[in-house]
Design a binder for this molecule. Structure first.
Ligand SMILES: [Zn+2]
Length: 376
């Protein structure tokens, strides 16, 4: 137990007093009374308790809160689980930190029976995870545990922490552990009660000793950036009367220019090899995004023409800045080039079956994000 003298995120020592609620017992059980007041860091804007009670006292092993008992939360997690399923591939690992009774992971597994799930839950709620056959580490998540889990199970594709970051005593050690455990292309998803919904919605009854910190998007993004995470999406959610869900990824180890250069070289080599072997390649889709790729990757020498749907006003013109003609896509079916380079690769899943149905028999080349040949 201690008075907070340094900001929980940035270590700054200057604070603004926000509200003093007097001395109060812990919110979930009988205890002695401790000071309950909020202060805000003048440097990173984090709102935090001015006094911290020991973590083991706030979250003893017999902590009573059960996620599955709250119907609204269960619905909320069902939605989240469905959304997560789109990011996952077979055998991917999903870790839920502060998993409580395993509700979220159970729902993830309901959506995707081909992925691995693992819970981290310090309280005896962990036994409910075990009862659901969800592997669980019954301890607080730390950098040490993150490293140990990585060693045993490999990198996690998704790590979730819903309403956890507000409670952990050392968010830096926690985030270091997330960084160690998450794969380089993984997603860290965290939900937190939004300070603005407390400040503007007068939700003073959500201030208690279990909540050490009251994040805003600004203060959370400060914490994440310190640990080399970029926020890639934010959603406002209704949990606890106003929260936000952040999707974060690791800052890429190499710059965009460096990674783009590698892909460009791969694509260049692939097309050179194919045309060197006497194959013909037509581009598909003279959209605006075709032009920068053709110029950046120097595709002019490899593709004979770019096909557009019948009726397009672009037919008869050239790709801007090149002599590559834009032709009616009927040419693709008449000429049957060995390869069709999908310049609208982002909708490849809908284009390929259509071209197949109309009689194209060659192979497809998908240029980005990793050049590959598809015989779909
Ligand atoms: Zn601060």
């Amino acid at each position: 137990m201690c008075d907070v003298t340094a900001c929980g995120i940035c270590g700054h020592h200057e604070f603004i007093n926000i509200i003093d609620l007097g001395d109060q017992p812990l919110a979930e059980r009988e205890s002695e009374s401790y000071p309950l007041s909020l202060i805000q860091c003048v440097n990173c804007s984090l709102v935090q308790l001015s006094y911290m009670v020991d973590n083991t006292e706030v979250f003893p092993k017999n902590h009573p809160y059960t996620t599955g008992n709250t119907a609204a939360l269960r619905d909320h997690f069902a939605f989240l689980a469905k959304r997560l399923s789109f990011f996952l591939r077979p055998d991917d690992l999903v870790v839920d930190i502060g998993a409580n009774d395993g509700t979220l992971l159970e729902l993830v597994r309901d959506n995707r029976s081909d992925v691995r799930v693992h819970a981290v839950e310090p309280t005896n709620q962990a036994t409910k995870c075990r009862a659901k056959n969800i592997p669980v580490d019954q301890e607080f998540f730390t950098r040490k545990l993150g490293m140990k889990m990585y060693e045993y199970f490999g990198a996690a594709k998704i790590i979730t922490a819903t309403n956890v970051l507000a409670h952990v005593p050392d968010p830096h050690d926690f985030m270091s552990g997330v960084y160690e455990l998450l794969s380089s292309d993984g997603l860290f998803i965290t939900e937190n009660h939004d300070w603005s919904s407390i400040e503007y919605g007068l939700q003073i009854d959500t201030i208690y000793h279990e909540h050490l910190r009251y994040y805003s998007i600004a203060s959370l993004s400060y914490l994440l950036s310190v640990h080399d995470f970029n926020i890639v999406d934010v959603e406002k959610i209704r949990t606890h009367g106003g929260s936000f869900r952040v999707y974060a990824r690791k800052v890429p180890a190499r710059s965009l220019e460096e990674r783009a250069g590698k892909v460009r070289d791969k694509l260049d080599k692939l097309l050179d090899r194919l045309t060197g072997d006497g194959n013909t390649i037509y581009g598909i889709g003279a959209t605006t995004r075709a032009t920068p790729l053709i110029h950046y990757a120097g595709l002019g020498a490899s593709i004979d023409c770019v096909c557009e749907v019948a009726g397009s006003e672009k037919i008869g013109q050239n790709i801007p800045g090149t002599v590559i003609p834009i032709v009616d896509e009927q040419c693709l079916f008449d000429d049957q080039p060995e390869y069709a380079l999908l310049l609208s690769w982002h909708i490849a899943d809908s284009i390929m079956p259509k071209l197949r149905a109309r009689g194209y028999t060659g192979k497809f080349i998908i240029p980005l994000p990793e050049p590959r040949i598809v015989d779909g």
